[in-house]
Design a binder for this molecule. Structure first.
Ligand code: PMP
Length: 397
């Protein structure tokens, strides 16, 4: 057997195990923009699984800003930021994001995953400690593991346990408490007032990844920091991603001048990668303006969330306590979640099944997400399809 064939044979074994467990992941190819009605290869369906919470990904004004940015700056960034890839578009967006978050400075990263890895590895060394919510996003957990710091995960939202650990753990090093602002798979909002208080009392520093809060929470879409009114002292390390409510791509870290300079010097996922395409940064300036000014999108979204929750309660479905656009329906086993997702697809509705290891064993779910571009009639269609699909499920069990 040739080396390539031998490698394939080895890899196939683990793929087969994954398949047998009902955990095999598959992509769907889209032939349309991100919008409620999406075109897949063999079907047009109504999607409830995108993070485009404000419906900006295909907004004509953002699209034309992208075209204008490409005409002005070309397509590729050309190099990393520190070599020659830092364009005026990046600079202008960083200034606008600093102003928006009411922080002295902001720094763009090519993705949220890289921002989280970059911050955690740049700020933490062997003598330091990092404390993370058990349900934090994979990029935060990976960043914690990759750093040399001692890493502890507290039970989900258990601020008392965290406070105990902080009181007991002695260290001469730095202590970082890290949480999602809105938990990506559960949709609940972190108890940031408690966390900020505990961090202050215990001389620890708070870092929040608000990937799912920006654009959605706060009067102006300023996310958790705005909703909880946390300034740069109380919340010194704030992360946002641009691929969700902003409708574009990339991410940013907002904080003090010194924090940002430290990241520019030491964050390897910042230093050793090509800059985000400048046209994307230019388009994000437009989406930031829309995100701030078009508060009616947030209002409409809130009404849809209410409608969906009331409808699910009437159907007796297993809703989680979430007030955000992330409205997961926990099904249990991976197989049951897949079956439910397939049953919805047969009715023209697309909701992806989320299975372990993305979520804990036994809590596979349909991660329903609502966006400001859905209509109330479309949410009714989803509720009808859920009623039918769960009836079939009950009849078969
Ligand atoms: N943080 C959280 C909480 C997320 O949900 C995600 C993406 N799903 C990321 C970070 C990663 O962001 P990006 O997609 O920009 O890499």
């Amino acid at each position: 057997m040739r080396a390539g064939q031998r490698l394939d044979a080895e890899l196939k074994a683990s793929l087969e195990i994954r398949q047998r467990q009902g955990l095999y992941r598959q992509r769907q190819t889209l032939y349309s923009p991100q919008q409620p009605q999406v075109r897949l290869l063999d079907q047009t369906c109504l999607a409830f699984c995108s993070n485009d919470y404000l419906g900006l990904a295909a907004d004509p004004r953002v699209v034309s800003a992208l075209k204008e940015g490409a005409a002005r700056y070309g397509v590729g960034g050309g190099a990393s930021h520190l070599v020659s890839g830092h364009s005026y578009a990046h600079h202008a967006l960083e200034e606008a994001l600093a102003e928006f978050t009411q922080r002295p400075r902001a720094l763009l990263f090519s993705s949220g995953y890289m921002a989280n890895l970059g911050v955690l590895t740049a700020l933490l060394s062997a003598q330091d400690r990092v404390y993370q919510d058990r349900l934090n996003h994979a990029s935060l957990l990976d960043g914690g593991r990759l750093s040399a710091a001692r890493f502890r995960r507290y039970p989900h939202q258990d601020v008392q346990r965290l406070a105990q650990w902080l009181q007991q753990d002695e260290t001469s090093g730095r202590r970082l408490v890290v949480t999602d602002g809105v938990f990506s798979m559960d949709g609940d909002v972190a108890r940031l007032d408690d966390l900020a208080r505990i961090c202050h009392a215990e001389n620890a520093y708070l870092m929040v990844d608000d990937a799912h809060g920006f654009g959605v929470l706060g009067q102006q879409g300023g996310g958790c920091a705005e909703a909880f009114n946390l300034n740069v002292d109380e919340l010194p390390i704030l992360i946002g991603t641009l691929g969700k409510a902003f409708g574009t791509a990339g991410a940013f870290v907002a904080g003090s001048e010194t924090l940002i300079e430290t990241l520019i010097q030491f964050a390897r996922p910042y230093i050793y990668t090509t800059s985000l395409p400048p046209a994307v940064a230019h388009a994000t300036l437009t989406s930031l303006q829309l995100l701030r000014e078009e508060g009616h999108r947030r209002e409409h979204l809130r009404q849809l969330i209410q409608q969906f929750r009331t409808g699910c309660q009437a159907l007796g479905l297993n809703l989680m306590p979430s007030s955000t656009p992330i409205q997961p329906l926990v099904v249990g086993s991976a197989q049951a979640a897949l079956a439910m997702s397939d049953a919805l697809r047969a009715r023209g509705i697309w909701v992806t099944a989320i299975r372990p290891p993305t979520v804990p064993e036994g809590t596979a779910r349909l991660r329903v997400t609502l966006t400001a571009s859905h209509t109330s009639e479309q949410v009714d269609r989803l509720l009808n399809a859920l009623a039918q699909a769960s009836r079939v499920d009950n009849d078969q069990s």
